[in-house]
Design a protein around this ligand. Sequence first.
Ligand code: BES
Ligand code: MN
Ligand code: ZN
Length: 489
Amino acid sequence: MQLKLAVNPMGDLAVDALILPLAETGEKPSIPGALDASVISWVEELYTSGEFKGKLFETAILHRPAGLKARRLLVVGTGKPDKSADSELRQASGTAIRAAKKFSARSAAIYLADATASAVTAAAEGLVLGDWEGDVYRSKNERKPIDSVSIAVDSGADGLEAAVERGRIIAESQNFSRDLVNLPPNLLNPTILAERARAMATEMGLECEVLDEPRMQQLGMGSLLAVARGSVEPPVLIVLRYKPADGSASKDHLGLVGKGVTFDTGGISIKPAENMDKMKYDMGGGATLIGAMRAIAQLKPNLPVTAFIPSVENMPGGRAYRPGDIITSLSGKTVEVLNTDAEGRLILNDAITYAKRAGCTHLVDAATLTGAIVVALGHIYTGVFTNNEAFGDKLLSAAKRQGEKLWPMPLDDDFRELLKSNFADIANIGGRWGGSITAALFLKEFAEDTPWIHLDIAGTVSHDDGKPYASKGASGTCVRTLTDLALNW
Ligand code: BES
Ligand code: MN
Ligand code: ZN
């Protein structure tokens, strides 16, 4: 999809769909731009009849609008005016572009009356994200992508071109992550994930290093390697490095750690059949980081950022690790495996230790870690755990700016006794209650004093039923927030 800024009178936009965002203003619409009287009265009648109120996600279409070169006027609701911020505009833009795809539009424009740089970026993101489809594997796919979309503004204030470009980069990177997450497990194993990451790194000018099994053995990553044993697919640890051009202006070094389980059967502690297909999303944390690194490579923050993605397939093969096994992690800490389905924390702990030894001063991990976080926060919020409140707040502010829903969870040491092992330093599960908290506490044990945040994205990694602004499938959650965190360090 071509995306450009257009400083044209709205009447001149010869597109299949001219999108006009409108707020929920009661009976009287506030209609921006120069429109023909007949078009204005059409909009007014929509409001007075109650057919369209300006609520978020509402749409209505007028064909052959008088005085416009556009074939259709597509109005889209942005919700109550006090709430019509960038995040609503992002979602409304996505909703409108998906509505336009339903009638096979090939070109569109969105008119922004209040074209601040951040509004332009949000609209650009919404359009690119809304255009993404998850069902690319159908043999007959009639839905065509939109060829070109303009963001139409009254005057070309400084920086608006850059604002469009920034939105495009971020949203395309989020879509890059969604494409990876959506790959079925027969087409994505750890080796292929590493190849994809490497190809992206080469294209975007990042360093990429892939640690293979012998190297990990040499280093002593006994925890990660234990999980990998049940599969014929060899494990990898993918490392992507971004360095600011002028040496580092910052003494900080951000490390991102992402769970890359390309399929999670549960291993010997095997999962029930129902919904096991969803475990193809279990590399969503790793894909989030690959997407964020793709954006970071182009937007160039003033801070070194390194991503570490341990990737395995969790299978119950003949050489699989077992409940009762005691393994020695890279940190030297021993872990008693009580459930082979709590595998995410076992691959992450070695990656966290490795990231610390690589000089990272701050760590953020992203992982589809627990079903328990879905019980707590549903499919709406990502759970946030941290050992450093100030750092956690910094990330929560980034999430607010990006319109992503993240919610702080507790991480008290009171829960630590649940992870006591009879025979080793720590057990890999903490019993039934507070499962997302004991999982986070397990990771905290390896982060130690390094400021660290854990994002449990098990509930937010995908939209099973789709959204007005998003296709079914992977959501690309947290790509924008992590990119923002690095850019506004
Ligand atoms: N990948 C799962 C977590 C998950 C569950 C993600 C549901 C998305 C939806 C993780 O590896 C897992 O199996 N966790 C177990 C932990 C338990 C054995 C302590 C869980 O949540 O049941
Ligand atoms: Mn599991
Ligand atoms: Zn898992």
